[in-house]
Design a protein around this ligand. Structure first.
Ligand SMILES: *[C@@H]1O[C@H](CO)[C@@H](O)[C@H](O)[C@H]1NC(C)=O
Ligand SMILES: *[C@@H]1O[C@H](CO)[C@@H](O)[C@H](O)[C@H]1NC(C)=O
Ligand SMILES: *[C@@H]1O[C@H](CO)[C@@H](O)[C@H](O)[C@H]1NC(C)=O
Ligand SMILES: *[C@@H]1O[C@H](CO)[C@@H](O)[C@H](O)[C@H]1NC(C)=O
Ligand SMILES: *[C@@H]1O[C@H](CO)[C@@H](O)[C@H](O)[C@H]1NC(C)=O
Length: 229
């Protein structure tokens, strides 16, 4: 095919499709950083490996158990000299099971697990308390070299926390021992006291930025045309 100008649309479309394809493939291959933060792979008989092998659609990769969309369901960072789980740890907020045993962790994990609402099994070194404390879990079990925190409790139910949230907001869990007030539909702002207009604003915000990027695109192509002629 004879080379044509970069601005000609019939040339641009397959090119753009190829770029999208490459980007897509790269994303499928790229493992989240948290999975390769520690050397090696999940140990054969670890709890995370056992969990992952129970379901055929799940696969072990490096230190993670992933589903077919690449979502992290299990994370095994045991025996990795970690003092804290590091800045990539929130990537694992979808995990159902996490193993952090045999690490010199500091005993202050409470906020590290914010947003980890799916977590049902957490294995820790023996000297580190379960995040949120004993009341945040159904069962806490101590073994010789580790402890397990099992079954995240929904604290929104227990201690009359509905009163903690404002009238037009409601309480939702936000990780072990953590709660969040979410405004009801149509309310927003401080104490959920503002009504309406929010989604409209958002809509105009998106519309505005789309217009801006289209303008920039047009400006670019027009300029190139001007140069070519
Ligand atoms: C782990 O398990 C697989 C099969 O399940 C086996 O082939 C492999 O040898 C095991 N590796 C170790 C280190 O035990
Ligand atoms: C921990 O890792 C070290 C090397 O990184 C290894 O020698 C040791 O056997 C591991 N311990 C366990 C309990 O897996
Ligand atoms: C916890 O440590 C004990 C040894 O004290 C070991 O037998 C057990 O497998 C460990 N639990 C998990 C979940 O790895
Ligand atoms: C909350 O409490 C209600 C009634 O006590 C119960 O039916 C429901 O299952 C509880 N929900 C959770 C998430 O614990
Ligand atoms: C909550 O919403 C109701 C109407 O749905 C309104 O009458 C009330 O004032 C609101 N409460 C607060 C604190 O904004």
């Amino acid at each position: 095919m004879a080379p044509r100008g970069p601005g000609s649309p019939s040339n641009l479309v397959p090119w753009a499709a190829a770029v999208l394809l490459v980007v897509g493939a790269k994303r499928a291959l790229a493992l989240p950083e948290i999975c390769i933060q520690c050397p090696g792979s999940v140990r054969n008989l670890s709890e995370v490996a056992l969990y992952c092998k129970q379901t055929p659609e799940l696969m072990l990769q490096a230190r993670c158990c992933l589903n077919q969309k690449g979502t992290i369901l299990g994370l095994d960072l045991q025996n990795c000299s970690l003092k804290d789980p590091g800045p990539n740890f929130p990537q694992a907020h979808t995990a159902v099971i996490i193993d952090l045993q045999a690490n010199p962790l500091k005993d202050d994990l409470a906020n590290i697990f914010r947003g980890f609402t799916q977590l049902q099994t957490l294995i820790l070194p023996q000297d580190v308390s379960c995040p949120g404390g004993i009341n945040a879990w159904n069962t806490v079990t101590f073994y010789m070299n580790n402890q397990t925190c099992q079954g995240q409790r929904n604290l929104c139910n227990s201690t009359g926390d509905q009163e903690m949230c404002p009238e037009n907001g409601s309480c939702v869990p936000d990780g072990p021992g953590l709660l969040q007030c979410v405004c009801a539909d149509g309310f927003h702002g401080y104490k959920c006291m503002r009504q309406g207009s929010f989604s409209l604003l958002m809509f105009f915000g998106i519309l505005g930025s789309t217009t801006l990027s289209v303008s920039i695109l047009l400006w670019g192509t027009q300029r190139r045309k001007a140069k070519a002629s």
